[in-house]
Write a protein that binds this ligand. Structure first.
Ligand code: ATP
Ligand code: MG
Length: 184
């Protein structure tokens, strides 16, 4: 099974991101958009694991949460991996308090303790919006045109979810396996 821990996007972030997705639905832009209902901030990607590992992963995720509290977040800039000029993955960044990075670090350490190699890349809080189709390119200036087309809304994120990613024909479905309150 394929697992990852993520903070689901609540309102008003969802609605604002949905508007961004609508802006990305341009004829001639070779994109695969994410589904509106699965919008999330990935905190730790576990990847493909044997189902027998689920319980120990759940325990690791559980152990990382205490002391976090609900997180005041804010939508920030539009960005892309590997970079803005040759985008493959398009995302909206998040402004976050230190508590988010602390939570991510605790997840990383708990995961490492049960055998998952750390990410190795700096944590860049973001919500993925779209992927550029293999072998294709976005028209020049496409991403620049999105700037200013959305509100940098502030919101409170209150949950961390361990999701199973079920790959299917209509793209992946994200099935919650464990839902934790950050404020508990
Ligand atoms: P697809 O791979 O079919 O485009 P997806 O990337 O949305 O779909 P998954 O690959 O299961 O679905 O990924 C689940 C989440 O984990 C997504 O937010 C994805 O961006 C993130 N993710 C995937 N691979 C990695 C990775 N190697 N490192 C960090 N995060 C990852
Ligand atoms: Mg993927």
């Amino acid at each position: 099974m394929r697992l990852f821990a993520a903070v689901p996007m609540p309102e008003p972030a969802r609605g604002e991101i949905a508007r961004l997705l609508a802006r990305l639905r341009e004829p001639g832009w070779p994109l695969r958009l994410v589904h509106e209902h699965g919008l999330h901030l990935t905190m730790k990607f576990f990847g493909e694991v044997p189902p027998g590992r689920l319980e120990v992963i759940e325990e690791a995720v559980r152990a990382a949460v205490p002391g976090t509290g609900a997180l005041p977040l804010r939508l920030a800039e539009i960005g892309a991996f590997p970079n803005f000029r040759r985008p493959r993955i398009i995302w909206v960044g998040l402004d976050a308090p230190p508590a988010l990075e602390l939570l991510q670090d605790r997840l990383e350490r708990r995961a490492e303790a049960i055998g998952f190699a750390p990410e190795g890349m700096p944590f860049r809080p973001h919500v993925t919006l779209a992927r550029v189709r293999e072998g294709q390119r976005l028209p020049a200036g496409a991403l620049e045109s999105l700037a200013g087309e959305y509100e940098p809304v502030a919101f409170l994120a209150a949950e961390l979810i361990l999701y199973e990613s079920v790959l299917g024909r209509g793209g992946p479905r994200y099935q919650p396996r464990l839902t934790l309150e950050l404020a508990s």
